[in-house]
Design a protein around this ligand. Structure first.
Ligand code: UN1
Length: 478
């Protein structure tokens, strides 16, 4: 059964060309949805609708916005099974991952229902006697949200929910491979009572994103995606001085020290590297192992990787789903080839898999004996591919972990408090995980990285208020 989608503009279903197809990556014969390919004119209409809705939405009682988000969160959670299936069918993550992500989106909406009514201003003593100083958080205006396919409901939720909570209106452009689940979120936000124009959705391809970046009446842009596209979004946004937030790639190191419990280290590495088919910007893709544990750990890791069941995302026994698209699968395989040519040893995986249904399947891949500066250790693959690097000791592990252009998440597996504490302080990353996978984060705390992984204010939790509000400082004398 294939659904026909529309843009959501000013509360109306717009666009009926159904020129695009969203295909199930686990079963290429299954068309999940047909959608219209938006144009610059559709973006312009959506921005006009968002602008028109802004005054009354931003001036409404915070309770009104809180109620909409709370209800949207409840609706999302009540439909978690059905939406989780849709997500897994469209994106290819396993059913528990798909349903889990839907629940997470629901929680995010509910968290920001609370944030809407929490007091975010401050009252301070002036340095001059008899004067009061206060700061106020005001809505900014219209936000353009450009979101990726790998968390196709959680990321739209974690950008849209704070934007709406603080009184802004939005135009969302979801990633081309995953329009149906983003559309479902949009319909739920409408059903929860968001007035027409508060949440707009324009489906389509890269030119829709470009039109958002270039639109003179969009006040801020939040983007999650690749570093290359992020850089061009930044150039366009800065040219017209739009507010800007980018979440991009990672090449996240996981350090395993000699004193680590092998079982625990393998479990952490497998989760970080392969769950979600490795399609997480927070995935552990460089596993840096000290020499005392190296051989035993790498052998156990490869054995566990071989035992993972790759299959149709909708089959409950699958542990790893397919890559999202042909292009992504090709990229994964290309990087395996590059790593081989550079001298890496492919211990397991590295090949596409033919299963019962035709899909973009690939075996989880471990490439051992890699050197830190090989391309496989510098560039983001975004698939179920992890490399291992042998090091002498903690100091060398840290030095290698800190190399490269990215700095999103970094993990360490150790029982040494001394090394865990030092790593926490010395590693150059926005998020540090001790005895935990580099991926998998909470929704109520800041998310983001350093260097080329992120740009602008942090996302999520209490940090989101920075990006989605502007501060007014008020001085009152007698
Ligand atoms: C997670 O690790 O739970 O695109 C979230 C991504 C990140 C989200 C990761 N922005 O993969």
């Amino acid at each position: 059964m294939s659904e026909t989608l529309h843009h959501i503009i000013a509360g109306e279903a717009v666009g009926s060309d159904a020129a695009g197809e969203s295909i199930n990556p686990s079963d290429l014969g299954d068309v999940v949805a047909r959608y219209p390919k938006g144009s610059t004119a559709d973006v312009d209409r959506a921005v006009k609708a968002a602008r028109a809705a802004f005054p009354s939405w931003s001036e409404a009682s915070p309770e009104v916005r809180s109620d909409v988000l709370d209800k949207a969160g409840s609706l999302v959670m009540a439909r978690a099974k059905e939406l989780g299936e849709l997500l897994s069918r469209e994106e290819g993550k396993t059913l528990p991952e798909g349903t889990g992500e839907v629940m997470r989106a629901g929680r995010i909406l509910k968290y920001f229902a609370g944030e809407a009514i929490r007091r975010h201003g401050q009252a301070l003593d002036s340095t001059r006697p008899g004067i009061d100083v206060t700061t106020h958080r005001e809505a900014v205006g219209v936000f353009g949200l450009i979101t990726p396919w790998n968390f196709p409901i959680a990321i739209p939720a974690w950008k849209a929910a704070p934007a709406l909570a603080f009184g802004n209106t939005v135009v969302l452009k979801p990633a081309t491979p995953t329009p149906a689940i983003a559309h479902a979120l949009g319909k739920i936000i409408e059903e929860a009572g968001a007035p027409p124009g508060v949440f707009n959705l324009v489906l389509g391809e890269g030119d829709v994103g470009r039109a958002i970046v270039d639109h003179g009446d969009i006040d801020g842009i939040s983007f999650t995606g690749s570093q290359g596209v992020g850089a061009s979004v930044a150039a366009g946004a800065i040219k017209r001085q739009a507010r800007l937030q980018l979440e991009m790639g990672g090449k996240n190191p996981l350090v395993v020290l000699d004193d680590a419990d092998i079982e625990k280290a393998v479990t952490v590495a497998i989760d970080g590297a392969f769950f979600g088919t490795g399609q997480r910007c927070t995935a552990s893709s460089r596993i840096i192992v000290t020499e005392g544990i190296h051989d035993r750990f790498v052998e156990a890791l490869a054995e566990r990787a071989r035992s993972l069941r790759v299959g149709n995302a909708l089959d409950p026994s699958s542990q790893i789903g397919p890559a999202v698209s042909e292009q992504q699968l090709e990229q994964n395989l290309r990087y395996v080839g590059i790593a081989r040519d550079e001298g890496g040893q492919v211990l397991t995986g590295g090949e596409p898999l033919s299963l019962d249904t035709r899909g973009y399947y690939m075996a989880p891949t471990i490439i051992a004996d890699t050197a830190p500066n090989m391309r496989i250790n510098c560039e983001e693959v975004f698939g179920p591919v992890a490399s291992t690097v042998r090091v002498r000791d903690y100091d060398e592990a840290l030095e290698i972990a800190n190399r490269g252009q990215f700095g999103l998440s970094a993990g360490i597996v150790t029982d040494s408090l001394k090394h865990a504490r030092h790593f926490r302080r010395a590693v150059r990353a926005g998020m540090v995980m001790v005895n935990l996978p580099t991926a998998g984060v909470d929704y109520h705390v800041p998310f983001g990285g350093t260097r080329k992984s992120s740009y602008g204010a942090r996302e999520q939790g209490f940090a989101a208020v920075e990006f989605y509000t502007q501060t007014k400082t008020v001085y009152v004398g007698g």
